[in-house]
Design a binder for this molecule. Structure first.
Ligand SMILES: [Zn+2]
Length: 154
């Protein structure tokens, strides 16, 4: 999860190598269009949040839709009253953005294309493992101290 947090942090600061970011650094491509839809420029917000392919993955979970990555991070970090539930939401949203990026790189560099449904399935199992692991390593008494009041872990 630490590397995913780093990835999100870099992405918010426009530090991930999208086609637009690389062009700004002087690296020329045939196109700076999104490799998924080929309709818009591939910048961070487009590829992680707004692309038609990406949006299908986000629409798979019941939550408000975000206009950009910063909105998503802000929403997650202030959502709800329960720290454990908030951590779960952060795991879900960060996991979605991370695996969307990995799928994009797989598509560009390895020509592997997966459907939004397959991607959503991969995200689900990865995030489920993170959450299960976090609950398993948190002693019960520590849960009560860190959860800002009582709440269940669902
Ligand atoms: Zn696109």
């Amino acid at each position: 999860m630490t590397k995913v947090r780093c990835f999100i942090w870099r992405a918010v600061l426009n530090g991930i190598p999208t086609a637009c970011a690389l062009q700004k650094r002087g690296i020329n491509f045939n196109t700076i269009n999104c490799s998924y839809c080929d309709l818009e420029r591939e910048d961070t917000d487009h590829v992680l949040i707004n692309c038609s392919m990406t949006a299908k993955v986000w629409y798979g979970i019941p939550q408000p839709q975000f206009g950009n990555l910063s909105d998503m991070v802000k929403f997650c970090s202030t959502w709800g009253q329960c720290l454990n539930k908030r951590k779960n939401l952060i795991s879900i949203c960060y996991g979605i953005a991370w695996l969307i990026w990995k799928a994009r790189c797989d598509f560009i560099f390895n020509k592997i294309r997966i459907s939004p449904n397959q991607l959503a399935g991969n995200i689900q199992s990865m995030v489920f493992t993170w959450i299960k692991h976090r609950i398993a390593v948190t002693p019960p008494n520590q849960t009560a101290e860190t959860s800002e009041g009582s709440c269940d872990l669902n």
